[in-house]
Design a protein around this ligand. Structure first.
Ligand code: E4P
Length: 215
């Protein structure tokens, strides 16, 4: 399972990347806005830092505009994946970009049927937003499970990228559901390391070690 960090904060990305568990990065307009920095500057730094797929999002709403934006983003670096919203125009752009050999990540996805359409247009990744579905009273992970079934039924190669992850249980459920990738914020990544019994176990070992006669 690939793990991506969902952020545009270069310091946080750098720190998480140094842990050896990060395979790629997803950004979005909200993450970029939070940095208070110019987007191209941020994108260049992330591309220089991480050797893996880096999703950069388009912000236009018609297929020709999205395709043009996507081409410009893809030119920045070989690892760029063009993030496109799940609109009819967005999927038209995905089809165009895919035909040109440009990788895409279809985002803001909330249903398995939307994911089916994205796969038909050749999307490289599909990003179901599980946390936002949960917040709307649905079981977000059901969307991931249903997409997995549909893609396996018809052998679609589009990779499932579970997104809008809020806590470690989402990570566990996505892994059990066969999500190809999961993207999460720095705080959830940190939480994955923690278990109170690990701390307690280490404490016991160190206390016992102190009793071992020293040479
Ligand atoms: C995924 O690629 C998105 O950037 C992200 O997960 C959006 O979710 P959120 O803003 O609800 O956390």
């Amino acid at each position: 399972m690939k793990i991506f960090i969902d952020s545009a904060d270069v310091d946080k990305i750098k720190e998480a990347y140094s842990w050896g568990i990060i395979d790629g990065v997803t950004t979005n307009p909200s993450h970029v806005a939070k940095t208070g920095r110019k987007h191209l500057e941020v994108y260049r730094e992330i591309c220089d830092l991480v050797d893996g797929p880096i999703s950069l999002e388009t912000i236009t709403l018609t297929a020709p505009e999205i395709a043009a934006e996507g081409r410009a983003l893809a030119k920045m670096h070989k690892n760029v994946v063009v993030k496109v919203p799940l609109l009819r125009e967005g999927l038209k752009a995905v089809k165009i970009l895919t035909a040109e050999g440009i990788k895409t990540n279809v985002t803001v996805t909330f249903s398995p049927l939307q994911a089916l359409l994205a796969a038909k247009c050749g999307a490289t990744y599909i990003s179901p937003f599980v946390g936002r579905l949960d917040a709307a009273g649905h079981v977000g992970m059901d969307c991931v499970r249903q997409i997995r079934t549909i893609y396996d039924n018809y052998d679609y190669k589009t990779l499932i990228l579970t997104a809008a992850v809020r806590h470690p249980l989402h990570v566990l459920e996505a892994a059990l559901a066969g999500s190809d990738v999961i993207t999460m914020g720095f705080d959830v990544l940190e939480q994955l390391y923690y278990h109170p019994m690990t701390d307690l176990g280490i404490d016991i070992f160190l206390k016992d070690w102190a009793k071992v006669p020293k040479p």
